[in-house]
Write a protein that binds this ligand. Structure first.
Ligand SMILES: Nc1ncnc2c1ncn2[C@@H]1O[C@H](COP(=O)(O)OP(=O)(O)O)[C@@H](O)[C@H]1O
Ligand SMILES: [Mg+2]
Length: 497
């Protein structure tokens, strides 16, 4: 069989995180190759490099036997390699048609004007062709729900008639209709002798759909299974392998949370992100919140920090309503956003400025006058407590590794003795050592009677750290699970999907 995609000895780091280490992958013509591995194993990184979204540090790529070095996603697409990304891949403020022909709008120029009629007609055909007739080319993309925006992305990729299609964990977020559209596109491509790389963490799905299956773990290729070798336990074992367990997470069980409720939410509603959502968070509790990326858990974190409003329902902290972020901070609530680079930190400022901003009321006189000696003492205490690796408090945050950036984001809130800490994917992109330090800090806070809402996409982390786990799906609370040695990832996942 002819090899179409070849990746040889590829490596990639993000700061101190090794995302890929000497990864080699081959995909043939007329096949659906599965890529599977735990969260963070490198699946998105390796495929997005092949699809032109980012560069590797080291390694070689071939496409149909020729050297392959796309300069952008559009460049890759023009030359035959398309990818449907895991996250949202459309621009919200423009029409569906403009998204589909993004990068090629100039082809629709007639003099100074754009030939909107042809643009709309071609776009509508692209949508109809994949079975998404219900979406209209002239609609504003931002008004569509996640599934329909995904379908727009698929239409955009498919009008370019790619020879290689990468589908990155798209199906889990789609309904059966959306899934069927993707499956039929994949099968059609396979039958035409083209190549599909299909990424999913749903083992059943991937075993059904794929011809071969390559397993990644911690940035390494572990093994490739042929269809005849597909066997659930063997694949699982290679995915999980020798994992750091035990003292990595907390190891106490049966230590009941007895503290009173400090945060109460009653019937919160906000679009499809929060649907009649009620819960309580107690003193001395780590409350996990899990679900698929778009289940509403990230919105929940923002709402509770006063950064977003709700349509109905209310929540209180120690019996009082929260009016704004400033008000939440006054009530000793801290928040580390999932997207720390844009929401939690100011990268173009020093460590000192980042940490100090949340602590003003702790060291400034009347919240106004900043005494440099007090500020330095405050900031240096955080750098020390968290062992932030830096040249000093004045170093810019943009120069730090991912793990150390995350420590700065933590430091903002630890310093001001937050009583309630809302953490959204706090260990995303940080290495094992920093992860461990964060878990220890969270546990220490719990023992001091503080409360943590741990929103996470990592099942192992939720199970390993939480006293209780709320599982969300489509904005609803689907299940409440209590800390137990017996709790498995499958126990949690079954309520998410
Ligand atoms: N832009 C980024 N910045 C920092 N770290 C990243 C970035 N992208 C990925 N990583 C890290 O690289 C590793 C591999 O990530 P990824 O390829 O997204 O894994 P997967 O798709 O298998 O879940 C993870 O540790 C992740 O946190
Ligand atoms: Mg991924």
């Amino acid at each position: 069989m002819r090899t179409i995609v070849e990746i040889k000895n590829m490596s990639k780091r993000f700061g101190s995180t090794i995302a890929l280490s000497n990864v080699s992958i081959e995909a043939y013509e007329g096949e659906i190759l599965g890529l599977i591995g735990e969260n963070g194993s490198g699946k998105s990184t390796v495929t997005s490099i092949y699809a032109g979204m980012q560069k590797c540090d080291k390694g070689e790529m071939l496409f149909e036997g020729k050297p392959w070095s796309p300069t952008s996603m559009n460049d890759a697409l023009k030359h035959g390699v398309g990818m449907i990304v895991q996250e949202n891949g459309t621009v919200p403020g423009i029409s569906v048609a403009e998204n589909i022909y993004l990068g090629e709008i100039s082809e629709y120029k007639k003099g100074l004007f754009i030939d909107r009629k042809s643009l709309m007609a071609d776009s509508q055909k692209a949508l109809d062709d994949i079975g998404a007739e219900h979406i209209k080319a002239e609609m504003v993309t931002g008004a569509l729900d996640f599934q329909d925006r995904k379908l727009v992305e698929i239409a955009k990729v498919m009008v370019n008639d790619p020879k290689v299609l990468v589908v990155d964990e798209t199906t889990t977020a789609l309904s059966q209709k959306g899934r069927d559209i993707i499956y039929s596109i994949m099968n059609k491509m396979k039958n035409e002798g083209k190549t599909v790389i299909f990424i999913s963490h749903d083992l059943d799905e991937i075993m059904n759909v794929c011809d071969r299956l390559t397993v990644l773990r911690d940035g390494n290729i572990i093994r490739t299974f042929l269809k005849v070798e597909f066997e659930e336990n063997a694949i699982k074992t290679s995915m999980i392998g020798r994992e750091l367990q035990g003292n990595y997470y907390r190891d106490d069980y049966g230590d009941e949370v007895k503290g009173k409720a400090v945060l109460k939410a009653d019937n919160l509603n906000k679009g499809n992100q929060l649907v009649n959502f009620s819960f309580e968070l107690h003193e001395g509790e780590i409350l996990g919140v899990g679900g698929l990326s778009h289940c509403g858990m990230h919105t929940l974190g923002k709402v509770l920090f006063g950064a977003e409003g709700v349509e109905s329902g209310e929540f209180t902290i120690r019996g009082e309503h929260v009016k704004s972020i400033a008000d939440a901070m006054k009530k000793q609530v801290g928040y580390v956003a999932k997207d720390r680079d844009t929401e939690s930190l100011n990268l173009d400022a020093s460590i000192k400025d980042n940490i100090a901003i949340a602590g003003l009321d702790k060291f400034a006189v009347n919240n106004m006058l900043i005494l440099p000696s007090r500020e330095n003492k405050y900031v240096n205490a955080q750098i020390e407590q968290l062992s932030i690796k830096c040249s000093g408090a004045n170093q810019y945050v943009s120069a730090l590794s991912g793990g150390n950036k995350q420590k700065v984001a933590f430091g903002k809130w630890l310093g001001r003795d937050s009583e309630i800490l809302i953490l959204d994917c706090p260990t995303r992109g940080v290495d094992i050592g920093v992860k461990q330090a964060m878990y220890q800090l969270m546990y220490k806070m719990r023992q001091e009677g503080k409360s943590i809402l741990l929103i996470s996409e990592e099942m192992a982390e939720l199970i390993g750290m939480s006293d209780r786990i709320l599982v969300m799906k489509d904005g609803e609370l689907k299940k409440e699970l209590y800390r137990s040695k017996e709790l498995s990832e499958a126990d949690v996942i079954q309520y998410m999907i």
